[in-house]
Design a protein around this ligand. Structure first.
Ligand SMILES: C[S@@+](CC[C@H](N)C(=O)[O-])C[C@H]1O[C@@H](n2cnc3c(N)ncnc32)[C@H](O)[C@@H]1O
Length: 219
């Protein structure tokens, strides 16, 4: 990867972190601690599930975000990433390692990357449920609506009580379609934001984390 691409990716992640904070800060019913109060019964690691994560460049940003959501930036976080592409998953595992001990104000981080089909999530028994945050970066609804409906459905089912599902999209239309289908599947939109700093890509109308939306499960 060239230095220019690496720098562009890093800047994308900084923008993603800002946007996630903005969306969470505007979430009146966000999980305990998301608005600055310590989480009740804190101590357990926050759990994050990143579906269709590719090589999971966003892993560290997401883990920090989940710790902030828990109300304790130094909270422990365990993150599981899943993608069908074995090579990307191997890259993520190599890059991030399995465990990072607490340092620089961050709590311990545990990363796990699985090659698997997210349409078959209920069959992955080792995964468990009760994730505080389920994330889908650059969801790809346009490219196989039926599969992505299944993935969204499983994503909502994996949420802990009070948990949040967050998605980002490359395109306006694809984002609108995803909002519609997640709503139909039982997600309640908390907030959707256009990313004013989004980095444009070569394809017209396509840009990095162009939109971010956060959902909770409808009561
Ligand atoms: C647009 S890419 C986004 C990748 C990554 N989240 C990112 O933002 O760079 C869509 C990803 O979905 C993955 N994917 C597609 N269908 C999948 C499925 N059924 N289960 C798991 N991953 C899937 C692809 O392998 C690809 O990595």
């Amino acid at each position: 990867m060239s230095g220019a691409i690496r720098k562009a990716n890093e800047e994308d992640l900084e923008r993603l972190a800002r946007l996630l904070r903005k969306v969470a800060g505007a979430d009146p019913g966000s999980p305990p601690g998301a608005r600055g109060e310590p989480a009740a019964g804190s101590g357990a690691a926050a759990r994050v599930l990143d579906l269709a994560c590719g090589d999971c460049r966003e892993a560290e940003v997401l883990a920090d975000f989940a710790a902030e959501l828990s109300g304790t930036p130094s909270a422990e976080v365990s993150l599981t990433g899943i993608d069908v592409r074995a090579r990307e998953i191997a890259d993520a595992a190599r890059r991030l390692g399995r465990v990072r001990e607490a340092s620089e104000g961050r709590g311990r981080r545990e990363f796990e990357f699985l090659t698997g089909d997210a349409t078959k999530l209920p069959g992955l028994s080792q995964l468990g449920g009760d994730f505080d945050l389920v994330f889908l970066r650059h969801q790809n609804y346009w490219n196989g609506a039926r599969d992505w409906e299944e993935i969204f459905d499983h994503a909502l089912a994996k949420l802990a009580p009070g948990g949040r599902l967050a998605i980002t999209s490359y395109f306006d239309k694809e984002h609108a379609l995803a909002l519609e289908v997640i709503g139909r599947l039982g997600g309640e939109l908390v907030r959707s934001e256009f990313n004013p700093e989004t980095r444009r890509l070569g394809t017209p109308g396509k840009s990095i984390d162009r939109h971010v939306a956060v959902f909770r499960r409808k009561p």
